[in-house]
Structures are given as structure tokens and as C-alpha cells.
Design a protein around this ligand. Structure first.
Ligand SMILES: NC(=O)c1ccc[n+]([C@@H]2O[C@H](COP(=O)([O-])OP(=O)(O)OC[C@H]3O[C@@H](n4cnc5c(N)ncnc54)[C@H](OP(=O)(O)O)[C@@H]3O)[C@@H](O)[C@H]2O)c1
Length: 301
């Protein structure tokens, strides 16, 4: 194994963003240890540790024994409706595991980069900058916000990367709104999409690029690592239909409230990406058109 001082430990290694972080770090020649739940599903030949983060002490122990130079914490309970039904598990994953990572990093003077969400905002304003005041609604949002505070207060060398509406073309990963929509559009089947939710959809691989950039920069504080285009889900699906040569009329607009979902969702939670552009370069957060090209390429790989 590489010298501990150079290891980057990545949680959520089987997840949409975490798996791309691991892949990109490996491609750059970095020493990576990936932490996931159950058997490894992510591609790559990295060292993998199976660890259930509902016992956060185990993460602290692992960090303490590996002594990595940095931790990128991408694991979370991300199903917002499941969080609403099980606040205890959401608290363990989205708060206690972040707290454990932050305290362990504090003990080693290691850098912590933790992932968070646009859902920390209530969605009444939209176009949120990093210094806008959060007002989370619902269990997922409130636990993610509490996790942000744990990271910011406890880790002395810390960055928080907020991402939004993640999608990915990589097949091994769980299906996203975008992959289901692409499949239906290709078959000529209708796709229901919200007309009243404005978001900044983020390609998982592009999020990974930004998260690694922020992590390596050593910059402190909050960074919005989202896609560059703020769109409704209807606009997203119509853009996807155009890329696929499918009929845009297959996209059926629906209102968020019509679905009566258990967890509240912000209506306008788009994130400004000016700060991460200043840090990493103007073209790094991808506009929707380029992100959709990469999404479709990923699906063909
Ligand atoms: N997905 C989105 O749309 C979205 C939007 C905004 C912010 N975010 C944030 O972005 C980050 C990355 O999420 P993602 O998009 O990559 O979602 P994801 O694919 O659901 O990844 C989350 C990972 O956490 C792992 N995990 C869950 N419970 C665990 C447990 N008990 N023990 C160990 N690992 C566990 C999951 O394991 P399994 O693979 O085994 O389930 C999964 O690999 C999270 O902080 C999330 O809150 C995501």
C-alpha cells in the first residue's frame, strides 16, 4: 500500500459521485481507499473496505488506523422519502458519520471534504450562493444541514461541496431520473417531468471533478459544485429528447404537488457556481448541453 500520508479515503465508493471520485483519483495515480457497503460494485482496482456507516465509530476507527492525508466523504442516505420515514437512520448516516469523519480528521490534521446538497435551501428564492442562509425542510435536508455544521465546526481543514440532482450514464450505478427518461424517450414512451422545480442538475462525473479540485486546492468553506445550467425537469427532458432525436412532445409536464410525495422538495433550489469557477476555471461546471453529451457517451461505454 502507498504511504499513509498520501492516501485519500473516499466513502460512498459504490455511489454515483463517490465511484467517479475513486475512478478519477485512480486515473491520476493517487492512492485511494474506497469505503462502501457490501461487495464492491464500482469499477477499478482500488483497495476497498466494506463498512456499514450506521455504526459511525467504525469509520473513525478506520480513519485512525489508515491515517490518510485526506477524506472525501460522499456516502449519505440520499433517498429523501426514506429519510422522512426513518429519521434515526438519516441522522446516523447524514450527521453522525460526518461527525465521526470530522473528529477523526481533526485528530490527524487530515483534510476533510464532505458532500452536501441544494436541499439545505427552502427553494423560495433560487439561484443560491454559498453565503445565502440555509433553511432546510424535511428530514433529509435537515440532517444534511446538521452534517454540514458538524464538518465545518469540527474539522480544522474542511471544504463542503454542495451538489444537486445527480445523474450518471454509468450502468453499474443505480438508475437516475435521467437514465429512466432516456430509456423511455428512446422507446417512444411518455416521460412525466416536473414543470415547476428549477434545479441545477449535475453529472456525477463532473461533480467528482469539482469535488477533487476543491479537495486538492486546500480551500476552506462551502463550494457549490453543481452543473452550470438552471432548468426545470421539463426543460432537462426536452433537451435530452433533442439529443436523442426523440419527440419532445413525449415529455409530459406535471406539478410537484400533484405527486403527493412524502418528503418536501424545494421548488427553486438552483445553485450559483461562480465561486467554484473562480477556483477551478470557468468551464469546469458543465453547461447542460455538454453534460448531456458526456452522459450519453458514458451510457455507450
Ligand atoms: N443523488 C442526488 O441527486 C444528490 C443531490 C444532492 C446532493 N447529493 C449528495 O451527494 C453525495 C453523494 O451522493 P450520490 O449522488 O453519489 O448518491 P448515492 O449514489 O446514493 O451514494 C450514496 C452512497 O452512500 C452509501 N451508503 C448509504 N448508506 C450506507 C451505509 N449504511 N453504510 C455505508 N455506505 C452507505 C450508499 O451505498 P449503496 O450504494 O450500497 O446504497 C451509496 O453508495 C451525498 O452526500 C448526497 O447527499 C446527492
Amino acid at each position: 500500500m502507498a504511504s499513509a500520508a498520501k492516501i485519500t479515503l473516499v466513502t460512498g465508493a459504490n455511489g454515483m459521485v463517490g465511484s467517479r471520485i475513486v475512478a478519477r483519483l485512480q486515473d491520476s495515480g493517487a492512492a485511494v481507499v474506497g469505503v462502501g457497503r457490501g461487495p464492491r460494485r464500482a469499477a477499478g482496482n482500488f483497495e476497498y473496505v466494506d463498512l456499514d456507516l450506521r455504526v459511525p465509530e467504525k469509520l473513525a476507527e478506520l480513519i485512525g488506523s489508515l491515517r490518510p492525508s485526506g477524506v472525501i466523504h460522499a456516502a449519505a442516505m440520499t433517498d429523501v422519502d426514506a429519510c422522512e420515514k426513518d429519521p434515526l437512520e438519516a441522522w446516523l448516516l447524514n450527521v453522525r458519520a460526518v461527525e465521526a469523519a470530522a473528529l477523526a480528521c481533526r485528530g490527524l490534521s487530515a483534510r476533510l471534504t464532505a458532500l452536501s446538497t441544494d436541499y439545505v435551501f427552502d427553494g423560495e428564492k433560487g439561484d443560491y450562493a454559498e453565503d445565502d442562509a440555509p433553511n432546510p425542510r424535511g428530514v433529509y435536508a435537515r440532517t444534511k444541514r446538521a452534517g454540514e455544521e458538524a464538518a465545518l465546526l469540527l474539522a480544522p481543514d474542511v471544504a463542503l461541496c454542495r451538489v444537486a440532482v445527480i445523474y450518471s450514464g454509468y450502468q453499474i450505478l443505480r438508475r437516475t431520473f435521467a437514465s429512466s427518461a432516456a430509456e423511455s424517450l428512446r422507446k417512444g414512451q411518455p416521460v412525466k417531468a416536473f414543470l415547476d422545480q428549477v434545479v441545477t442538475p449535475t453529472l456525477a462525473d463532473n461533480a467528482a471533478e469539482m469535488v477533487i479540485g476543491v479537495h486538492r486546492s486546500g480551500a476552506q468553506g462551502i463550494f457549490h459544485c453543481a452543473g452550470a445550467s438552471a432548468v426545470t425537469r421539463v426543460e432537462f427532458c426536452r433537451a435530452l429528447a433533442r439529443k436523442l432525436g426523440a419527440d419532445e412532445a413525449l415529455v409530459e409536464p406535471v406539478r410537484l404537488a400533484d405527486l403527493r410525495l412524502p418528503a418536501p422538495r424545494p421548488l427553486r433550489s438552483s445553485l450559483r457556481t461562480d465561486k467554484v469557477r473562480r477556483l477551478l476555471g470557468d468551464g469546469v461546471p458543465l453547461p447542460l448541453d455538454l453534460a448531456l453529451d458526456r452522459f450519453l457517451e458514458e451510457g455507450r461505454a
